[in-house]
Ligand binder design. Structure first.
Ligand code: FAD
Length: 399
């Protein structure tokens, strides 16, 4: 029955959570979130600006092991040393991590949702036993090679090729824009074969394999990105992922990572929104706080509304995923909306900070620049728009 207590007698909402979104979460979910936040506050927040500015995380191995100990690598996978958490808990971890930096969330997504998921879902038992426990612990870092210099949004046209040689496979080709590549121990590489596209588990010390770093990025600087160069890379028969053929393999992993991004992007937005709100209270112009001007309040109100809507969507999708009911098109809805709106929130926060908004003294421009990558990778905003367009009209407009 509806309570008829006077709403004005209820405690005033917290300005950092005006819609009381916290009440959507269980105690277990909140405790996962606070464990991730405590880890980041100690191990990453004090250094993240420097890592971004220098374009390097000098303690990447220690950080990966710390994340492994925390249980966030392959967090929502079962067995093989993985934490076996729910999709919602994984999402909340992604949000916290991206509130620190999208580059760190990319490390976790690529490791858990792309590389580990591919091996976990499609790999042979021996490969699972060899790689997953080490990757879950952060002792081994993985990457995922799908994009090529001439084939990004259309990976089905890839030219990297694997041919059989006796029982071995020989891989030739080139991948680009591969997160984690420069410090990976293992790469999941997708290649054309006579039997269609297949996935290969490639130890990065295999002769003929190299992963030169891509320099001069203005976005996602606290994440190493590289090429994968495959020059007659010889692999044993069991390097192939036996359980899948065609684009279904890479797309199944991308679907996992896109789900995490639906939550993660909100972290960048939350951080920027909170910084801008505080700044608007402390910064005075024309003799009063800039938060007292209607134009600033309009910005903060709009940012807050979009954050709330994006969060409700993420929780909804998380609950659907935990129930085993989440379709890839619905993941596209989340990725498309939440990255796009988080970008807008960060850009608007940037304007509230005025000149200070372009300085790395504040996290806002860093988040804003990072989200430019997040908008493009794991399916561009245009691709997810076309996925939704196809769902709405029954017409595929990709080619
Ligand atoms: P293109 O496909 O050339 O697209 C260029 C533009 O054309 C985009 O706006 C696109 O939406 C638009 N476009 C293309 N086709 C159509 C169409 N049919 N209709 C309308 N518009 C269209 N890849 C990996 O495999 N592994 C990784 O770990 C990885 N990490 C990355 C990290 C970073 C920092 C970045 C920037 C990228 C990463 N990528 C990774 C690559 C990423 O997934 C691709 O950049 C992305 O898929 C887009 O491909 P593209 O850059 O070749 O752009």
């Amino acid at each position: 029955m509806t309570s008829h207590a006077d709403p004005m007698d209820l405690p005033a909402p917290d300005p950092t959570d005006p819609a009381d979104l916290d009440s959507l979460l269980t105690d277990d979910e909140k405790s996962v979130r606070s464990a991730v936040r405590s880890f980041l506050d100690k191990e990453a927040e004090p250094y993240i600006t420097e890592w971004f500015e220098n374009g390097e995380i000098p303690v990447i191995r220690e950080l990966a092991r710390g994340l492994g100990e925390l249980g966030v690598l392959g967090m929502h996978l079962d067995g093989y040393g993985c934490a076996g958490m729910s999709a919602t808990e994984y999402g909340l971890a992604c949000l916290e991590i991206e509130a620190t930096d999208s580059g760190l969330r990319s490390l976790v997504s690529v490791q858990g949702s792309l590389a580990m998921f591919s091996i976990w879902r499609w790999g042979p038992e021996e490969q699972k036993r060899e790689w997953l426990p080490r990757m879950a612990a952060g002792d081994a870092i993985g990457c995922f090679g799908l994009t090529e210099p001439d084939h990004g949004s259309d990976p089905g046209s890839m030219t990297t090729r694997a041919r059989r040689n006796g029982t071995d496979w020989i891989l030739n080709g080139r991948k680009t824009w591969i997160s984690n590549a420069p410090y990976s121990d293992v790469a999941v590489v997708w290649a054309q074969t006579d039997e269609g596209i297949r996935g290969f588990v490639v130890p990065t010390d295999t002769p003929g394999f190299s992963a030169p770093e891509i320099k001069h990025k203005m976005s996602l600087r606290a994440s190493a990105t590289g090429e994968l160069v495959l020059d007659d890379v010889r692999l044993p028969a069991d390097a192939v992922l036996p359980e899948v053929r065609g684009l279904k393999g890479p797309l199944s992993a991308l679907n996992e990572a896109r789900y995490g991004i639906t939550w993660g992007a909100l972290g960048a937005a939350r951080s920027s929104l909170e910084v801008a709100r505080q700044y608007s209270i402390e910064r005075h112009q024309f003799g009063r706080p800039i938060g007292g001007f209607q134009l600033t309040q309009q910005k903060l109100a709009d940012m807050s509304l979009e954050y709330i809507k994006g969060y409700l969507l993420a929780v909804h999708l998380g609950r659907r995923k935990d129930a085993g009911l989440l379709r890839p098109e619905q993941v596209s809805i989340g990725k498309l909306n939440n990255v796009r709106e988080s970008m807008e929130i960060c850009r608007t926060a940037r304007t509230i900070l005025g000149g200070n908004g372009i300085s790395l003294e504040f996290p806002v421009i860093r988040h804003m620049n990072n989200l430019e990558s997040v908008l493009t990778y794991e399916g561009t905003v245009e691709m997810h728009t076309l996925v939704l367009g196809q769902l709405l009209t029954g017409q595929a407009a990709f080619r």
